[in-house]
Design a binder for this molecule. Sequence first.
Ligand code: FAD
Length: 530
Amino acid sequence: MLKHNTLVFKILTALILGCDFNRSRISSTTNLHHATLTSLTTELKLSGELQFDNLHHAAKDFGNRYHLLPAAILHPKSVSDISSLITYIFQMGPTSGLTVAARGHGHSLEGQAQAHHGVVVNMESFGQSQGMQFHIHGDKPFVDVSGGALWINILHESLKHGFAPKSWTDYLHLTVGGTLSNAGISGQAFRHGPQINNVYQLQVVTGTGQVVICTEDMNSDLFYGVLGGLGQFGIITRAHISLEPAPKMVKWIRVLYSDFTTFTKDQEKLISSDSSFDYVEGFVLINRTGLLNNWRSSFKCKDPVQASRFFSDGKTVFCLEIAKYFKQEDAETIDQKIEMYLSKLNYNESTLFVSEVSYVEFLDRVHVSELKLQEKGLWDVPHPWLNLLVPKSKIHKFASEVFGKILTDTSNGPILIYPVDKSRWNTKTSMVTPTEDIFYLVAFLSSAMPSSEGTDSLEYILNQNKKILEVCESAKLETKQYLPHYNTQEEWRTHYGSQWDVFVRRKLTYDPLAILTPGQRIFQKVTSYL
Ligand code: FAD
């Protein structure tokens, strides 16, 4: 017992003190890891395989700024492959220094799915080899999917049964495990909560290699810990995702506002209503030339003459983006309904643009932009994104500081801004939000031009992000980062605030050696203290 307590104390000390990312204790152990892992292949009876060459893919992500090579990639064929690997590493004890990171679609921004000299688990290939089981009878229809399944594939499969998940991200080429480790927020979150609020059950492999089924009632501490838990407590191998009957079509609408207060008032009005639109988002548009002309290729303008007199050049304007889902049998009445909803809003009337698209086209809309950017070689550039959650009471101060003073002439990508209401969410998960019920997601989705030294260079954008964070701090805006990224444990402690102790306790319970997800840089596997 005493021995056990001493070990726990040492691990606790190591976890809490060992988080200094400027020291790289791991680098000298590469060869050791390689030797260890090679012997592992023969020792473990894997149905999948460990790959030791061509590892560069696992050292890349969408952010395109962090490139940490692993020692190996595991291509699992079964949950027991993942469990055996982690069990083995756990049993080696703290001296091995080996870590494990699940990699979904690798669309992290700062190396969060990478494992320097560790093992990256290819969840996406695992997802492709696993089936989806639909349970659509009863009052809580759901689909049982792999943690490596892509949301776009879940959408297509669900539609074959006439159902679909309720809560999405703007982009669907992401995995279930990747978005559930963060939150999964989009324009449906005001009604259904983020994706982490739409899960009934998880199968998780913990940092000790245990395979655990968890729900709200069974192993609930692990269930809530893993949801929004940044991969710290376990690898999600399966999830039951809640479904609803799927609509067929979508009226997709954009309108503009010149005044920020009117814009946010309308957004807040919409998210507080149960019978209005099904999706509410918004953008900030800074000094955009030919904005409405660009929309004409995919949207129909209600008043082309007036719209041609609207100029956004040199101005900051705000776009409300809303959508109403409908079924074929409602096609005749839907326009009337929408007119009624729109009559309660105060947008600039000449800027009403409407499009009618299929549900799939609407949900998969960002993929269309991806293909265009890929064609121009502009998809694989660095993405210094900054995502913030800003309390409602501070959003005006935030806007006047950021859009009025920091981003004045242009932006290097879309800026999303829309409110959500946390009072409808389950707040037991690991996700960190501001304390106010209503807060805004503000996402600066910048792309940096690799050879540029100007306002679209990586350095310039990172500096701009830094200024935005500094203003949040100095003006006490009480913002929280979404898809958070920090360099020191002190910053993580501040991020989690009163939730920090629970976070640390869960780490000690489910991943006591800090084997999992080192790329989040919250805890570091420590070898030298023990
Ligand atoms: P990865 O980048 O592979 O992994 C992300 C993190 O989760 C890593 O730490 C990884 O180790 C861990 N992880 C991965 N799989 C598992 C698993 N099975 N179990 C446990 N941990 C795991 N987010 C939103 O909320 N809303 C949006 O609208 C939105 N739009 C986006 C649009 C684009 C174009 C991009 C690139 C990202 C967007 N995101 C959005 C962010 C996105 O949700 C996260 O970056 C997400 O983590 C990416 O999923 P992934 O499958 O690529 O995960």
